[in-house]
Ligand binder design. Sequence first.
Ligand code: C2O
Ligand code: CU
Length: 480
Amino acid sequence: MTEPLESQSDSKSRITRRAVLGVGLATATGAGATGYAATRYLRAESAPESQEHPESTDGDPDQQYHLTATIGELDVAPGETIETWLYNDQYPGPELRVEEGERVQITVENDLPEETSVHWHGMALKDANEMDGVPGVTQPPIEPSDEFVYEFDVAPTGTHWYHSHVGLQLDRGLLGPLIVEEADPHVEYDREHTIVLDEYLASEPEVTSEGMGMMGGFPGAPPYDGTLVNGKLPSEPDTLTVMEGERVRLRFLNAGSATTYRVAIAGHPMEITHADGPGVEPVEVDGFDIGMGERFDAIITANEPGTWEIQVHPLGEEAPAGRATLQYEETDDEEPRDELSGSQLLDYSDLRAVDSLDQYDGSPDYTIDLDLSSGGMMGGGDEDEWTINGQAYPDADPLRIEEGEHVQVQVTNHSPMRHPMHLHGHHFEVDGALQDTVTVPGHMGQRTLNFVADNPGDWFFHCHNLYHMETGMVRVFEYD
Ligand code: C2O
Ligand code: CU
């Protein structure tokens, strides 16, 4: 890594430091993937029109959805199908779309051979801890052939998602986007697309050992077979249509279980406008890294007619890259172009929340240092465990806080791997932005998170690498 190139739009930058877009952005064409015909998924094709503010009610839901978790089939290539677990037989699961201020009711039916539950990742669930979907913590699991009705007020606005919170079920495909449309977005755009990133795993998920060598093995994901962008392998990529002159909002969601992705759009710089739902002051970049569970919304200006690659490269993983195609209307189908717009890579410190951060000012009432480690290192626990302060969940002490407290958490990563840490039921302030998931870099990387304990309950705080969560990297914040 050398010096960053100049930003193309310095008027927007409040940038203290930026990394350079690395080498990992080769085209995905040679990815060794076979053809892939995805089952249908829902995707909004246009921006919200409504300017209404529906009032929140505690009464009837404004929107109702039904999700059935089933064994389904995914056509990964002509004549080649894998059996996996899906919502409503779709991958990604149906996009649930609600408006700011609404109340939603979602009935989840379990047609799986195992118990399940659904977590609404990014939702504050104000006064609704029992809707958080963590079995054994906020609800009993949903038994096979049974159902559970979730109901809550949607907040905050933005790009969120839902997924199974039982075992390794997420890595089979039990996930989908949950979009809360802003009544009055802080940025303008003409059209939008949702872009779901995920690993392609042809076999069943199981905990294996990653990162061999001097450090020994760490519990981790099995080797992946490819990268899915909106459910498609790069040999037959999803096509996102734009029209010349439009501003297009792209909602990126990393639904992967164990992979950080580096994303860039050939020919088009992006304005990052939202992080984990809430708005940020637009910052122009040519690419960004997105950890498991994270969301970034980016607006591009469609002023380079043609056909371009959206490139999705797994960081530090062997799996082949993924891609989607950005296609201008009225251009002929052609091989997508892959030249990048530049090399500015987003840094967390570039992000500035649009919402006020006043409540995080001043000294915290409760501080805690959390050390991320593995049992195989000196972290306590066993070799096949990931630990926080030497304890592997469920053999881990709850973190008792009090309602109303300003809580400050300093996370230090003693391992060489990244850990995307996610807090349920709250957005936290980190480095000037409001997020619900933040990646803590390896080799003593640190992040300091601030949140206000304004929603009593038992809230999971965990690594969103599913294989790290499953092997212990979890604590629960408790308050009433
Ligand atoms: Cu998206 Cu506890 O998870
Ligand atoms: Cu982790």
